[in-house]
Design a protein. Structure first.
Length: 284
C-alpha cells in the first residue's frame, strides 16, 4: 500500500507540476536560474522484469510497436468499475495513433506477479497506468477520466527517458545542449568521467536534451531552463527524482561526485542546506 501511494503521488507530481527543491542547486558558475525543482517519478520495477501474463504481453506488444500502453486494472464488477471502464473504452480508441490499451483483472492469479511488482495489491481500484514505449510509467489515473486526461500521459522524449532511468534506480546526467550552446565539450568532460567511475558506471544514464526542441519546453521549464540558453547546462538527478545539482558550462568528475553526497550538518553550512558550495564563492 505504501509503495502504491508513493508511486501514484510521484508520477502525478512530475507531470502536473513539480515543486521547487528546498536546497539551492550546486553550480560551477553564477547563474540566474531559480532553485532547481524535484523531478519525482514513481520508483517502479523495470518492465522487462515482469513475467509473462496478459499485462506483460500487452506491454511487450506496445513496446515493439513503439506505442504507449494504457492498462485498466480492476477487481470488482461494481458500478464504479463499470463507469470507469466505459470511459476507458470510449477514450482509448481515439488514441490508437499513439497508444494501445488492455483491461486486466488484478484479482486474477495469472496477474499476481504483475500486481505484486507494481505494488498494486492494496491500490484503489479501478486504476489506469500509462506506460511509455521505453517502459517508463508516465501517469496514473484513479478517478473519472476522459480522452484529454489520458493524453497527459504522452510526455516528451527527454521526460520519458529520465523517468525510465530513475524508475530503474539510476542516476541521470541530463545534458541540455545543442549546436548553438557554448562549452558543450567542457560540460561533457565531467559527465563522461563521472559515468566511467567504477562506483557509478552501471548506475548512471546520460540523457541529452536539445533546448531548442519544442517538445521539451515544458520539461525544461520545470528546471527553470528556457530554450534561449546560450550555455550548456548539466543536471544531476538521483532516484526517485532528487535534483542533486545544476551545473552551467564546464563540469568535472570531482564536483559531480561531491554532489551525490548530501552535506553534513554543522560547520559553516546549516544542516540540510543541500549545497556543497559552502565557504566558496559561486563560480570558484
Amino acid at each position: 500500500m505504501m509503495m502504491w501511494r508513493m508511486a501514484q503521488a510521484l508520477v502525478l507530481v512530475v507531470l502536473v507540476g513539480v515543486a521547487r527543491a528546498n536546497a539551492d542547486p550546486v553550480q560551477t558558475k553564477p547563474s540566474s536560474q531559480p532553485a532547481s525543482p524535484q523531478v519525482t517519478p514513481a520508483t517502479l520495477p523495470a518492465v522487462n522484469s515482469i513475467p509473462a501474463g496478459v499485462a506483460a504481453q500487452a506491454i511487450q506488444h506496445a513496446a515493439d510497436a513503439k506505442k504507449y500502453l494504457f492498462i485498466f486494472f480492476y477487481k470488482a464488477e461494481d458500478d464504479a468499475t463499470k463507469s470507469a471502464r466505459k470511459n476507458f473504452e470510449e477514450a482509448t480508441p481515439k488514441l490508437t495513433e499513439k497508444a494501445e490499451a488492455v483491461v486486466v483483472n488484478a484479482g486474477d492469479r495469472a496477474e499476481s506477479d504483475v500486481v505484486k511488482r507494481f505494488g498494486l495489491g492494496q491500490a484503489p481500484m479501478p486504476l489506469v497506468l500509462a506506460i511509455g514505449p521505453s517502459g517508463a510509467v508516465t501517469q496514473s489515473f484513479t478517478q473519472n477520466f476522459d480522452e484529454q486526461q489520458l493524453r497527459t500521459a504522452f510526455v516528451s522524449p527527454g521526460t520519458e527517458k529520465s523517468l525510465k532511468a530513475l524508475q530503474d534506480r539510476k542516476y541521470v546526467l541530463l545534458c541540455v545542449q545543442n549546436g548553438e550552446t557554448q562549452f558543450n565539450d567542457q560540460a561533457m568532460q565531467g559527465v563522461r568521467d563521472f559515468a566511467a567511475d567504477p562506483q557509478y558506471a552501471r548506475s548512471v544514464e546520460i540523457i541529452a536534451v536539445d533546448p531548442s526542441d519544442a517538445r521539451e519546453m515544458e520539461f525544461l521549464a520545470r528546471f527553470g531552463l528556457s530554450v534561449s540558453r546560450k550555455e550548456a547546462v548539466t543536471l544531476l538527478l538521483a532516484p526517485p527524482g532528487k535534483v542533486m545539482g545544476t551545473f552551467v558550462g564546464a563540469t568535472d568528475k570531482n564536483t559531480l561526485l561531491a554532489a551525490t553526497t548530501p552535506p553534513k550538518a554543522g560547520g559553516c553550512c546549516p544542516g540540510g542546506s543541500g549545497t556543497s558550495t559552502c565557504g566558496k564563492k559561486e563560480g570558484n
